[in-house]
Write a protein that binds this ligand. Structure first.
Ligand code: ADP
Ligand code: MG
Length: 573
């Protein structure tokens, strides 16, 4: 019971810091059980892992709020935010050296993700919340009285305030569940009607700044062009209208600074649900949409990029292409082929971050440099073939009219307001004697892009072995990448990673997969899907008293595959 903990605490007061290790275990606090899962080695080390567990009866949440994943995940997210605010008030209030008195937990951004930090067991309604406590020390001796304050006075208050259904504002929690229902319904509607994306009227797309995902204040709200306006009925909110982007090729054009990239960025994040007040609550993008950009310097492992690049000056094969240092165009070609092989149904691209020579070659250039001399078959020439294989493209291209020929629809951003100019574009094309490509694409029948990537199978290299059988050391470097052993995986070019906790999951799972299963016989797509489902299982199992780290979040197989593809520490078969 909690009294045992109090006794232990009093016994170890003023002893050497390692005496804190004696506290490991579980204690009944009446309204919840407290787990001390891992104790830090010294006051300057990463804080200790602590969790609270409430039974279904203790937490008291109605069963119908937990049955459906979308509601459960949204509620978990809301409780985690509340709990984080509650313990934040007490952080560092206890005295001591190093990380003494730090109280923190996972801090969600604008996206709603399933996280190990806060998990309901949907069947029993039991609730587990994991967080960090810096066990207080004076120099290197135990300050038991300070920890007693944290665990016996402050924490119970935080649990009451943030985790008990009876103490929480019911109407606010209901609003969270209602939004989750509506978002889920909207996603289903978007899929059912064959759209790749939907942007609701009234959405706020721009962010506060380049380093903040919070909504811009006083932004021009989104207003759909009449031609593309679709209407859906949502269970709670009722009717929503907005711009539907159907499968196919969609071009976003317009003058500089008119909001093109902002629209594309909103679509990129539309794979996630957003919290109320974000402005992107009803922006929904196909779950398999992948942002692609040029990433010169990335590694490429045995990709067949011959769809885009026929030959290279040094005679290197492009059907089996590897490099430690790709150029802008080869990197983008590789990323396209990889994303498609991993299951992408829609590619999102922005001219700002594309390699121009990969995207398009204009007619004058074609007259000077003959096709035989130019190894690159630009993306422009492959878009329709990709479309025929079920790979849509949404492309921001304000600088070249060459894309007009292949576009199914053209949206012009004008002072942050979209306009459908498809008809106008068609008229201008015909006035100029340019024929729009509407028939069968000229290539693609002889080869399947989707299949071309299915033969690549990675195998773990020595970096994954670590030393003394303890497995490799690893470290997540924010949302931009991670390290395993001495190898770094740079994911700055994988722009739909929203949160470093996604990489905590990924990095952990990659090490596990390297131990089992990454045998050089499993293709990337299957490997990534298996890893995604393992991560899901781990997150679910965090509802309970298993020792699961409190800093894991869900991540799509598409980002997992992208990371595997950018991992320099693998061997490829
Ligand atoms: P483009 O890609 O067309 O050059 P951006 O999308 O980068 O333009 O947008 C340019 C600027 O306008 C950015 O600072 C962005 O935050 C701002 N902006 C975009 N959309 C809106 C909007 N709806 N209301 C207010 N400002 C916006
Ligand atoms: Mg731009």
């Amino acid at each position: 019971t909690s009294e045992d903990l109090r006794q232990k605490l009093r016994r170890i007061d003023h002893r050497g810091y390692p005496a804190y290790k004696d506290l490991r275990g579980q204690y009944d606090f009446g309204g919840y059980r407290l787990f001390i899962d891992h104790v830090q080695g010294d006051p300057f080390a990463a804080p200790s892992h602590v969790s609270v567990h409430l039974s279904g009866r203790q937490a008291g949440f109605p069963g119908e709020w937990l049955e459906q994943d979308c509601r459960r995940i949204a509620l978990q997210d809301e409780l985690l935010r509340r709990f984080g605010r509650a313990i934040g008030k007490y952080s560092r209030q206890a005295g001591g050296s190093g990380k003494s008195g730090v109280l923190s937990c996972s801090r969600p951004g604008q996206e709603i993700l399933e996280r190990s930090a806060c998990q309901f067991d949907p069947k029993s309604g039991a609730l587990t919340v994991r967080f960090l406590v810096g066990f207080p020390a004076a120099g290197r001796t135990v300050l038991a009285g300070e920890l007693e304050k944290i665990l016996f006075n402050w924490l119970p208050a935080c649990v009451e305030e943030a985790l008990l259904f009876s103490r929480l504002p019911a109407e606010k929690l209901k609003a969270v569940c209602d939004l989750a229902d509506d978002q889920e319904a909207l996603r289903n509607e978007v899929r059912r009607t064959g759209l790749v994306a939907f942007v609701a009227d009234g959405s706020v797309l721009p962010r506060e700044s380049g380093i903040s995902q919070r909504p811009m204040k006083n932004a021009v709200p989104f207003r759909s062009p009449e031609e593309d306006r679709v209407t859906f009925k949502l269970p709670h909110r009722g009717t929503v209208t907005g711009m539907g982007i159907p499968a196919g090729i969609t071009l976003i054009i317009g003058g500089g600074y008119h909001g093109k990239s902002t629209l594309l960025n909103a679509l990129e994040r539309g794979i996630y649900n957003h919290i109320a007040g974000d402005g992107r609550e009803f922006i929904v993008t196909d779950r398999t949409a992948v942002k692609i950009r040029a990433e010169d310097g990335r590694c490429v492992n045995r990709d067949d990029i011959s769809l885009f690049i026929r030959s290279l000056p040094n005679g290197k094969s492009t059907a089996d292409f590897s490099t430690e240092d790709a150029s802008g165009s080869t990197s983008q070609a590789a990323s396209c082929v990889e994303a498609i092989a991993a299951g992408a149904g829609c590619l999102l691209m922005d001219e700002d971050t594309c390699a121009t020579n990969f995207m398009v070659r204009d007619s004058l250039m074609q007259r000077i440099v003959s096709p035989e001399e130019e190894p690159i078959i630009p993306y422009l020439s492959r878009m329709r073939a990709l479309g025929a294989e079920g790979v849509s493209t949404v492309l921001v291209a304000g600088s070249s009219g060459d894309f007009f020929r292949v576009a199914d629809r053209v949206i012009q951003m004008n002072q942050y307001v979209p306009r459908d100019v498809t008809k106008k574009v068609r008229e201008i094309l015909s006035e100029n004697g340019v024929e729009a490509e509407t028939g069968e694409p000229e290539c693609g029948k002889d080869r399947s892009v989707r299949e071309s990537g299915t033969r690549r199978c990675p195998q773990a290299g020595p970096e994954f072995r670590g030393r003394n059988g303890r497995g490799p050391k690893s470290k997540v470097l924010g949302p931009d990448g991670f390290m395993i052993g001495r190898g770094t995986v740079d994911l700055r070019g994988v722009e739909q990673i929203a949160d470093s906790e996604q990489l905590e999951s990924l990095c952990r799972e990659l090490i596990r997969a390297a131990e089992h299963g990454m045998d050089g016989r499993t293709p990337v797509k299957r490997l990534a899907e298996e890893m995604e489902s393992e991560i899901r299982k781990t997150l679910r199992s965090a509802a309970g008293d298993r020792p699961v780290p409190g800093n894991l979040a869900e991540i799509r197989s598409l980002e997992i595959a992208a990371a595997v593809d950018r991992c320099r520490m693998l061997r490829w078969k």
